[in-house]
Design a protein around this ligand. Sequence first.
Ligand code: ADP
Ligand code: MG
Length: 532
Amino acid sequence: MSYFKDFQVSDEIKKGIKDMGFEEPSPIQEKVIPVILEGGDVIGQAQTGTGKTAAFGIPLIDKVNQASHVQALILTPTRELAIQVSGEIQKISKYKKVRTLPIYGGQSIGHQIRALKQGVHVVIGTPGRIMDHLRRKTLKLDRVHTVVLDEADEMLDMGFVDDIESILRQVNVERQTLLFSATMPPAIKKLSRKYMNQPKTVSINRGEVTAPSINQMYYKVLERNKLESLCRIIDSEDIELGIIFCRTKKGVSELTEALQARGYMADGLHGDLTQMQRDSVMKKFRDSTIEFLIATDVAARGIDVDNVSHVINYDIPQDPESYVHRIGRTGRAGRHGLALTLVTPREMKHLRSIESEIKMAIPSQNVPTIEEVVEKQQESWKKQIINTINDEKDMQLFEPLVKEILADYPPEKVVAALMKMTFSSDSTFEDDGYNFGETGGAKGMVRFFINVGRNVNMTPKILIDEISELVGIPGKAIGRIDIFDKFTFVEVPEEVAPFVYEALRYSRINGARVNLEPAKPRPKREKRTFNK
Ligand code: ADP
Ligand code: MG
């Protein structure tokens, strides 16, 4: 283990770090800061939330001197991030005279030009707006000694590659280039080969990531019950602040409306909002006026709010990298975080590819039953009722009606009915979309027909292992298995049948492609009648 005091940086900086409350370097900081201090180009890779900003910020600030020109340029994907990085850099340089300026679109360019004219040491900006200033010649990069590409993977995802290349071509060639990223897709390696000088790569494997502790879990849900499942899950969790991810902008608006209608303190964030609307939503989230932020991947980029207790993937992310980014929004600054993912049958294969990428199996959890939710919610309901009683406002309005009802019904019944109206969500679980019909299985079981059998050396053990691994259910939940020469029958519990169906349709058993369909009911033995 190392300490900040061991780094070869000035005491002013160490004092700044101390004020920030950092006790010891995070793994990426410990490994990468000495390498950056050697002066060469460096690529730093570590998961979101592991302290990459200070990892480049500390050596960068150490290198800045009093000369009054732009000495360092930090490129970030979004305005939010530019502001955050600028804030962190200012804290690191609290005891050193360093002038920093975030530059991003949406802010008056005149204001930025005036600020630049006054002499700035470190510019932090989004590629688009930086390009704008370069074209106007209001920003000169010929004496920049350090360039940082922060969250490089996200910048490329957002289509900034041309801007970045064009900016890099305008920076003094005698520079140190640092690239930080949570992931290393090929496009980044290509960029680094083109614009970096024999970079050293420092990466932290997930196993070494000690800072954030994020518990991960997934829930099997059916498409039609998704909203109800989500509500049950959030009702049964102690959520401080939660970010709920949807795949599309439309998904964000719909879910936001649905949650608001059910009385949750929620608001949505997506690309179509104006900067002002976006800021206002973010402010509400930061000061906990809303409990849930519903967002797309793009809209959530760069959100760094410390007390996000839950990240919920309402829609499973498209790829493993976005999963890693999403869950990195919780468990920040050493706190505990919970990452919950809703998975529909068709998404099981997505989940498996995420698991294989992050090299761990995500445990599954059952959606809480209404009884479990009720139990959990009782305290909070009681509080709400008592608060309303104590509030007394507008209560007399209802008194005549109260008297009328109480004349006919016992108070316990009336209160229970009102509570049901207020607190229980109206929609119950609908039928799943998978109607397998009568399959000849035992009660509560669905029987499937599989088109391979002993011909591929199928055994009950192989089939049980395959199903329980693919679907995440214990082997003993699987029912009767009948293996024949060229086909097999297997019975599985109704609730997991859609998952078994989707998972096995895409699988192979002993190398053979598997086809699976609901079995036909066993033919009833016909009574023979004789025609006379
Ligand atoms: P990344 O860029 O890797 O996603 P950040 O640089 O945004 O991560 O850091 C995540 C959070 O962790 C920030 O709130 C930051 O202030 C905090 N942090 C960074 N380094 C340390 C440290 N050594 N000790 C404690 N907290 C830290
Ligand atoms: Mg970062």
